[in-house]
Design a protein around this ligand. Sequence first.
Ligand code: 5GP
Ligand code: ZN
Length: 120
Amino acid sequence: MGNDIRKECLFCRIADGEIPSTIVWEDEDLVAFKDINPVAPTHILIIPRKHLAGLNDMTEEDIPVIGKISYVASLLAKQLGIADDGWRLVSNCGKNSGQEVPHLHYHLIGGKFLGPFSDR
Ligand code: 5GP
Ligand code: ZN
């Protein structure tokens, strides 16, 4: 991925350590950090280091890293003490979802009753 995108993308810059965040997981594929404006007592963003704007840009080569995000979410849920009571993992993609940051991310949310997934 071109360096231009990495310099302009907020979450690339967080992954590269250029913008501070509270990191709770880091490995060669993924970074997980606290959401700056949490909607629940636990609100973590899990991102691939590789820049993808969202799930619309995923290709077959990304299957392992996207799978790993679910696994790391389950580990973090246990580590952060929300596994037993339940939690939600969600990725917004595009305009109708309200996606604000165009670098693929999953919200790991928990620590309170989350209510219905969406308005009907
Ligand atoms: P989206 O609406 O794109 O699915 O979610 C973007 C999320 O990124 C929001 O929950 C927002 O609070 C979070 N966010 C935006 N800017 C920053 C930032 O600079 N640092 C952190 N840690 N989170 C951010
Ligand atoms: Zn990016």
